[in-house]
Design a protein around this ligand. Structure first.
Ligand code: G4P
Length: 280
């Protein structure tokens, strides 16, 4: 399956991001814990230019815990501070405060030596579409926090959310683009619903997902749909169609409808906690 999804406004977005990054001390990048490589922006490392880096593996409720731990090790070895979060339930969100303090320890120390006390750390949330940036900001900032409004000078035109006396968060997240040129990445983004449904064929997508699931999580599909374990993906989809009563007018199995069920159940975590990729 081929994906065509290159947005025209990427250059503009990149420039805007560069401007925003000048204002901040720490970049908090969200990725989807099911695809911590494929949902990570390829250019942010170059743009970040020495800033402190935090990587949040969001939607950790949907990913395989053991694989997620492998990713945590992988990214920590690369110099990121990491945390697992479920922005929807709020699990792990408060702990991000401690991670920010750890990530900015050197900067706080430097400020202190220069006699600058209590200057809040400025943070910004970035990530590709649909990783949960808005949900995270709402959960992290909560209702109690005050929006600081525009300040003259460096922050002109920007809204900051004061989280506490130590941290200010840019209130609009930076929207990054995924890795456009890698078809395997495109496929995983399609599985999790980060590519518009019109851009791929749902039946083909479901067959590919079934193939992956049979190789990596062989029992889960059969257990969830209460079907036999089939080696053949088409056979398995037929069984799902039978179980779910997906029939066309003439009584023939409606495999597109079954495919829709499978994809939606996967995306909602109903089939189980599943990771789509592991560190190399
Ligand atoms: P974005 O700003 O990065 O584009 O993402 P946004 O916050 O809009 O979140 C995208 C979808 O992901 C939302 O679902 C949101 O509820 C869901 N989400 C965010 N964080 C988590 C998480 O940690 N775990 C789970 N399971 N889901 C998460 P939606 O289908 O668009 O809306 P709804 O189902 O919440 O109504």
């Amino acid at each position: 399956m081929e994906f065509q999804w290159y947005p025209g406004h990427m250059t503009k977005a990149r420039r805007a991001m560069q401007e925003d990054l000048k204002l901040i001390d720490v970049i908090i990048e969200l990725v989807d814990a099911r695809i911590p490589y494929s949902s990570k922006n390829p250019d942010i490392d170059a743009l970040a230019n020495g800033k402190s880096r935090i990587l949040l593996l969001n939607k950790s409720d949907l990913a395989d815990d053991a694989v997620t731990q492998e990713w945590v090790r992988e990214y920590e070895e690369k110099g990121y501070f990491t945390a697992l979060v479920n922005s929807k339930s709020g699990k792990g969100v408060r702990e991000v405060h401690q991670v920010i303090q750890k990530a900015c320890k050197e900067k706080i120390e430097r400020d202190r030596k220069r006699g600058i006390l209590n200057r809040p750390i400025r943070a910004m949330i970035v990530g590709i579409p649909n990783v949960g940036k808005s949900t995270f900001i709402n959960s992290f900032a909560g209702k109690a926090c005050a929006r600081t409004g525009n300040k003259p000078g460096v922050t002109k035109g920007k809204q900051w959310i004061r989280l506490n006396k130590n941290v200010e968060l840019l209130d609009t997240p930076g929207i990054l683009w995924p890795k456009f040129d890698d078809q395997a990445v495109g496929l995983r983004l399609a599985y999790i619903g980060s590519i518009k449904d019109e851009l791929y064929n749902i039946y083909e997508l479901s067959i590919l997902l079934l193939k992956f699931l049979q190789e990596s999580y062989p029992d889960k599909v059969a257990a969830f749909y209460q079907t036999e374990q089939a080696k053949d993906e088409i056979r398995q989809l037929e069984q799902i169609a039978g179980r779910r009563g997906c029939l066309k007018a003439g009584g023939e199995l409606d495999l597109d409808k079954a495919a829709r069920y499978l994809i939606d159940d996967f995306r909602n975590g109903k089939i189980g906690k599943i990771s789509l990729e592991r560190p190399e």
